[in-house]
Design a protein around this ligand. Structure first.
Ligand SMILES: O=c1ccn([C@@H]2O[C@H](COP(=O)(O)OP(=O)(O)O[C@H]3O[C@H](CO)[C@@H](O)[C@H](O)[C@H]3O)[C@@H](O)[C@H]2O)c(=O)[nH]1
Ligand SMILES: [Mn+2]
Length: 551
């Protein structure tokens, strides 16, 4: 039997699509025959023949592109069970959820997404969930506070009984255990309690939705009094902190509403993602970041493990800047009359693109390497790791004065620490990195950690609240001025489809990416129920990038 520690974490399997390829080639042959026929008889016909020839040439060109995106479809099979043998310590992951309007995106949906993330099978002390609320709404904050209370019961229940669906609204809509004989009476009792607790949570949120204010705006809620949606300071609240760093506890949960002022552009979702990146950088600074829309819950509790099999198992880091999972919708209409499931896009094109070089970034259901979002190319990343990791004391290029000081103070731990810190920052400022990322010392320091491959590390252990002031600073609307946020760093501005621009920019730097399709599906969302609501995002997707092609 093979040694378990030498088994691969994933396999790349090429799909057999011989019949499909044969059909595609026959069609291509027919198209070329038509073009040849047009050219051959062009003289006998007039301008209309030429026009038809031009149109058909364009169509043939598009057909060639379509074939090439579908030609080499690949699938990645992941083996999460092997992770514990191969990786002694799993890396932390910061999870981002964005919401913008509690009326259009009901808080109970956002809450379910958040709960499903808090309950994933991954060491809880390696996870932090950040919720960005562009609505600046006390209702969203109230719902999250209540959700965190419910999650303290729900998460242990899910882990104890290995519950397959961890978004409670989905779980309770499909499972009814009271009449079934297959369950133990202990489970039935706990299930009943969970159901009651969840119903209570729904009731509280529903009540809050009906009122003009969800509760008295005092205490933690006082910041929400007298603010407008588009005119308020940064609001950052640590709702729950896994202070003891419990492996089986509840991950950190942080509420964020970045500063908004009428005269400052906020850049929609891309702006929210960049604020989330900076705030999480200051607070937990995990090397991997997951981003989901508020209506996309984690459907496969093992999804973080699956993604880690790809990130950590890939031979060459440059082949995996991000791990994208498809957007799949539950309870879709039979035969998908409005095309909500994007079957061709998800099933053939995305797998085909992954086979050529890289899966597309779809804006949600995606894990990124933090350093990729910071704008590094694969070559720069390798160079920086070599260069900056040396600051940690192994082969550092200290000058004479520093060496003298080092010897002088070597008996004093504190002085060494301070010296080390200034060397690190000095190197950053010398390289101009602070100009790209803005002038927050805490954030600059966290970027240095990211670039060094976490060989230099600040002890942030479980003291999120002490970073609140720094977090507010990087959430301010003026923070990005004269920096590279939105152009070279972070999510790219200037398009309604920030995902396509950001993904293309990452690929243009030389990174590849991977399409992750575990069973059951990684994430699921709520499908639009009418044709018109489907057409909106489709129109955005098709026209978004071309509205600003030079970004
Ligand atoms: O100012 C804003 C606007 C939107 N959002 C959030 O961005 C997400 C996506 O916005 P939505 O209007 O729902 O767009 P969709 O068309 O449903 O989303 C698809 O298309 C977007 C643009 O291409 C991608 O960003 C999304 O990830 C992708 O799911 C949602 O969570 C919103 O809450 C913000 O946080 N701030
Ligand atoms: Mn949406």
């Amino acid at each position: 039997m093979a040694n378990p520690s030498s088994l691969p974490l994933h396999e790349r399997i090429t799909r057999k699509n011989t019949i499909q390829r044969a059909f595609d080639l026959i069609l291509l042959f027919l198209l070329f025959s038509l073009l040849v026929y047009r050219i051959a008889s062009l003289n006998n016909h007039g301008f209309t023949w030429l026009l038809a020839f031009m149109c058909e040439s364009w169509f043939t060109f598009l057909w060639l592109l379509t074939i090439s995106t579908k030609w080499n479809q690949v699938e990645y099979k992941t083996y999460p069970d092997r992770l514990s043998q191969r990786v002694p310590e799993l890396p932390p992951v910061d999870m981002f959820v964005t919401t913008a309007d509690p009326m259009l995106e009901p808080p109970i949906i956002t809450v379910n997404t958040v709960i499903s993330l808090l309950a994933v099978d991954y060491p809880a002390n390696k996870l932090a969930c950040y919720v960005s609320d562009d609505g600046g709404s006390p209702l969203t904050f109230f719902s999250l506070v209540e959700a965190s209370k419910f999650a303290k019961l729900w998460v242990p229940f899910c882990k104890k009984y290995n519950i397959p669906t961890r978004a409670p609204f989905r779980y309770f809509s499909s499972e009814s255990v009271s009449s079934s004989k297959n369950y133990s009476s202990e489970f039935k009792q706990e299930w009943k309690r969970m159901k009651e607790e969840y119903d209570e949570l729904c009731r509280k949120i529903e009540e809050a939705v009906q009122k003009s204010k969800p509760c008295d705006l005092t205490g933690d809620f006082a910041v929400f009094s007298n603010i407008e949606r588009k005119n308020h300071p940064s609001i950052i609240k640590v709702i729950w902190e896994n202070k003891e760093g419990l492996f089986n506890g509840l991950p950190h949960l942080v509420y964020i509403s970045r500063e908004k002022r009428p005269k400052h552009p906020h850049h929609y979702k891309a702006g929210a993602m960049n604020a989330l990146t900076r705030i999480s950088g200051v607070m937990t600074n995990a090397p991997f970041m997951l981003n989901v829309d508020c209506d996309m819950f984690a459907n496969n509790p093992q999804i973080v493990f699956h993604s880690m099999c790809l990130f950590l198992g890939i031979e060459n880091e440059r082949d995996c800047a991000f791990v994208q999972s498809p957007q799949i919708f539950y309870d879709g209409l039979k035969d998908d009359p409005f095309g909500n499931q994007y079957f061709v896009l998800q099933e053939t094109m995305s797998r085909g693109m992954a086979g050529i070089q890289a899966a597309m970034y779809q804006g949600t259901n995606c894990f990124h390497r933090r350093k990729v979002i910071y704008g590094l190319s694969p070559d720069e990343s390798e160079a920086k790791m070599r260069n900056l990791s040396s600051i940690n004391g192994t082969g550092i290029n200290y000058n004479f004065v520093t060496c003298f000081l080092l010897i002088l103070f070597s008996c004093c731990d504190l002085c060494l620490h301070v010296l080390h810190y200034f060397c690190l920052l000095g190197k950053f400022i010398e390289k101009g990195l602070d100009k790209n990322f803005g002038n927050s010392m805490d954030f600059t320091k966290s970027t240095a950690e990211t670039f060094s491959g976490w060989k230099v590390k600040t002890d942030r252990s479980n003291n999120l609240s002490s970073f609140l002031e720094a977090a507010r600073q990087v959430a301010a609307c003026e923070y990005e001025y004269s920096t590279s946020w939105g152009t070279k760093v972070g999510w790219i501005y200037g398009s309604t489809t920030e995902d396509i621009l950001t993904g293309m920019k990452i690929h243009a730097r030389g990174w590849g990416s991977v399409f992750c399709t575990p069973d059951p599906p990684a994430f699921q969302g709520c499908a639009p129920s009418s044709g018109l609501t489907t057409m909106n995002p489709n129109e955005e997707m098709v026209h978004g990038p071309s509205r600003n092609p030079f970004q």
